[in-house]
Design a protein around this ligand. Sequence first.
Ligand SMILES: Nc1ncnc2c1ncn2[C@@H]1O[C@H](COP(=O)(O)OP(=O)(O)OP(=O)(O)O)[C@@H](O)[C@H]1O
Ligand SMILES: [Mg+2]
Length: 224
Amino acid sequence: MLIVEKLSKSYGKNMIFDNLSFNVHPGEIVGLVGENGAGKSTLLSILAMVQKADAGTITLNHQCYQTDKKELRRQIGFVPQDLAIWEQLSVKENMQFFAQLSWVKKDMAELKELCLQMQLEKWDEPVKSLSGGMKRKLNIAISLIHDPHLLLLDEPTAGIDLKSRTEIGRYLKQLASQGKMIIYTSHDMDELRSLCDRVLCIGKDPFYKNIFHESPIPFLAIPD
Ligand SMILES: Nc1ncnc2c1ncn2[C@@H]1O[C@H](COP(=O)(O)OP(=O)(O)OP(=O)(O)O)[C@@H](O)[C@H]1O
Ligand SMILES: [Mg+2]
């Protein structure tokens, strides 16, 4: 379980969020929503240990972000908003490269299977020749190489066609059914409704709070 308590983050005088608390249970998909600039990517990067909060505590499966960094990094998979893959290398070479950096040993067949599960069949093609949706799938496959418990996805379906979007959604549900915790950001209301168990709304724009208060998806704690 992920437990976030009283988290605060500012950039200089720009307070992004304050006193933010929420939990995510194993098997849950939580949608993270809010206006552009609300702090969604900031929150995900803190949960991914890419940057630090100013105050508050985070624990994942009883391990604390302040003291158990090394162990925790192995439990977290992160796909940033700006993709982190090598354009010049093929899908296969990207998978090999990131597998070497990973803590677990995966053979070529297992790496390929991860891509196939995402319906990413192009194995030998250079990444620069892939569509945006395929690149997104590759980055998700890379984030899963070390079999993380917590998967953080920053706009995994932005700008992606309906078919790939459906395939990604189906796969996220499958991962959640295996007990993974998933937090992902999206601006697509229909997708959030069909995919998420709960929605966490951050930011200062009351528009989001109003629409989600009226929505059938359970609505998580919101800071003021
Ligand atoms: N490294 C940084 N230094 C200073 N300000 C930053 C930094 N990163 C983000 N910000 C600011 O923090 C706020 C939140 O940014 P963030 O990228 O987390 O928002 P977001 O909700 O992900 O937005 P979007 O929907 O556009 O992706 C914005 O006002 C942004 O300009
Ligand atoms: Mg963002």
